[in-house]
Design a protein around this ligand. Structure first.
Ligand SMILES: Cc1ncc(COP(=O)(O)O)c(C=O)c1O
Length: 419
């Protein structure tokens, strides 16, 4: 039986509406794609089907152009289809797609990462952030020979059911028994927990910042970071930094530099390939033996163009003349700690509840022309999107440089939920 998600939305034109009809029949629906599912940000909130993207702009299947504040949930730090990144990927694609054994670019991309992340001794490349965060937990368990991991309440670490940020539905609830969720920024709870269970904890998985739907982003306090250091020292738990989301955005060589910690394992993804499917796990030399013992392979692990894209991204990003500006919006690299501010909702923003779950703020999209973003909107977007899209140089600069009238619409404010 077909269950339509919602009534057709004026945001989608006839082609989009038709695709929704077909999607209702062809896909399982529901919340499968989470923040990007039809349930949360689909029909009625965002244009459902994107036909093309370039820089900060996207065009939907009905030919309407938007400025995209969502940035595909974070990978496009340089904007969609950055010319140098695409040229590198295309060049590689003209010679090799995937391989039976190692493409040379596998070694090159890991070497390049190790040059930048100089405390790390080895690296592995995969396709998604989820894979490498999960692998980080496995390496920590293998090295310590302990079963449990500590993570923090509500933190998102990808699609592995064991690391699900909420209780998984269905019969697999016991899967999460070995991942203990403790409150963020509660040093005493962490210390107390380790006093009782420390001998069982292989690693602490943490995001550089705590970002939850509809809640202000919070940096870890100095006391909290000190507690992590303390239990790590006393109990030998490894620190696994999930830098999938923030990587390349808080600091050019790792968000931990901004926090002042030295992780044992670092997971990278998203911005690493600027839109190409690549992720990486980096580990200290001490963990090499443990990493060697873990079987971690997949058919498309050796697809070379994303590796070339990552190598190009790594060259482009540090040399962006306006990178400091990029960093100033939402976060400042010059600051020893991270600045985060409460979002300011601009007056021309309407709040819509798309589904009972999250509240979604969406800029009115019924007009074909919207006023150029005011500073409050920019601030709003920057804060909402502080670490994904406002760090998107082409996106921001395009907005800042656009004249008083944008022949575009704006979308992407549900990214609020995704941060
Ligand atoms: C902090 C964090 N870790 C892991 C992941 C999972 O990465 P991927 O979606 O590439 O599997 C995400 C994705 O949003 C993330 O934000």
């Amino acid at each position: 039986m077909t269950i339509p998600y919602r009534d057709p939305s004026p945001i989608d034109g006839p082609v989009g509406a038709d695709l929704w009809e077909r999607a209702d029949r062809a896909l399982p629906g529901g919340g499968v794609y989470f923040t990007r599912s039809a349930d949360m940000s689909g029909r009625g909130v965002l244009p459902g089907f994107i036909a093309a993207n370039d820089g900060c702009r996207v065009t939907d299947v009905d030919g309407r152009e938007y400025i995209d504040f969502l940035g595909a949930n974070g990978p496009n730090i340089l904007g969609y289809r950055h010319p140098e990144v695409e040229a590198a990927a295309d060049d590689m694609r003209s010679r090799i797609t995937t391989a039976s054994l190692f493409p040379p670019s596998l070694v090159e991309v890991v070497e390049r990462l190790l040059q930048t992340w100089s405390t790390m001794g080895w690296g592995l490349v995969a396709k998604s952030g989820s894979e490498v965060v999960t692998l980080g937990g496995r390496v920590a368990r293998q090295h310590t020979q302990r079963p449990s991991l500590v993570a923090f309440e509500h933190s998102y670490h990808g699609n592995d059911p064991e690391l699900a940020s909420g209780p998984p539905t269905g019969p697999l609830t016991t899967l999460t028994d070995d991942v203990i969720r403790l409150p963020w920024n509660d040093p005493q709870r962490l210390i107390d927990y380790f006093e009782i269970h420390g001998a069982d904890i292989a690693g602490i998985i943490l995001n550089p910042l705590d970002q939850r739907p509809l809640v202000q982003t919070t940096e870890p306090t100095a006391e909290f970071l000190a507690a992590i250091e303390q239990v790590r020292e006393r109990w030998g738990a490894l620190v696994v930094l999930d830098d999938v989301r923030h990587g390349f955005r808080l600091h050019p060589s790792g968000s931990h530099r901004q926090l002042g910690i030295e992780p044992d394992l670092i997971a990278l993804g998203k911005a690493l390939g600027n839109g190409h499917s690549i992720s990486a796990l980096l580990g200290t030399e001490e963990l090499r033996t443990a990493a060697r013992k873990i079987m971690f392979t997949s058919t498309y692990m050796f697809v070379a163009p994303p590796m070339a894209a990552a190598a190009a991204m790594a060259l482009v990003l540090p040399n962006l003349p306006r990178r400091p500006r990029l960093c100033r919006v939402g976060v400042t690299n010059e600051s020893p700690r991270i600045l985060s501010a409460r979002p300011v909702v601009p007056p021309d923003t309407e709040v819509r509840t798309a589904m009972p779950r999250p509240t979604i703020a969406a800029v009115k999209t019924t007009q074909s022309t919207v006023t150029a973003p005011s500073s409050s909107r920019l601030k709003f977007c920057a804060n909402l999107n502080s670490f994904i899209c406002s760090s998107n140089f082409r996106l921001l600069s395009s907005i800042l440089l656009t004249g008083p009238s944008l022949p575009t619409r704006l979308f992407g404010l549900p990214l609020w939920m995704t941060l």
